[in-house]
Write a protein that binds this ligand. Sequence first.
Ligand code: AMP
Length: 210
Amino acid sequence: MNIVILLGAPGSGKGTVAGNLASGNSDLKHVSSGDLLRGAVAKGTPAGVEAKGYMESGKLVPDSLIAQMIKDVVAETTGDVTMLLDGFPRNLAQAKILEEMGAPVTSAVLIDVPDEIIQDRIAGRRTCPKCKAGYHVKNLPPKVDGICDNCGAELTIRKDDNPDTVKDRLAVYHSETEPLIAFYREKGQLKTVAGTDPIETVAKNFLAVM
Ligand code: AMP
């Protein structure tokens, strides 16, 4: 098993790119910290109960809480697979936790999207609550308005995708997560792809550099 980290602002397309690459490719496994946390919230586990308030206000959940979930997924992932790790690490402390775990990180790929585009991306974002597929009303519409192509469930808008919370999430990204770009650059592991191209192009470029 090896790990490729996806870096990028909220709405940069990390989940869409990783989901697109991993679907139908058993050598790739998409692990999203946000999906793990939303799953825990939905189930009402102790971790989910603790995480809920942080998530709704666009803040990061405590490092130890999300780190434990990631440790569990890393431990249960064996064999010849590449884990596309989306949303973790989110700050330098988490990057160090990942190092201390001895996680086999081979590269960190930044999906680069300017801030001006992010607000619009997130405003149009729709998610399938059942199979987690992601859509966008303009850029990646489902075949039938409001319905998931894969499983027919009704698409939803994430609670933390409202404009006020998005502003807070972007601020958190700049202050907490962006320093990871320099961290992985210094290790010689940073790659960058333009996130403004169509999704198929971003996915293809991502695969080529990772
Ligand atoms: P995402 O789906 O990656 O945008 O994550 C949604 C929310 O989950 C974030 O705004 C945070 O509240 C929380 N979250 C996800 N990943 C992490 C992480 N690595 N560390 C702390 N909080 C996280």
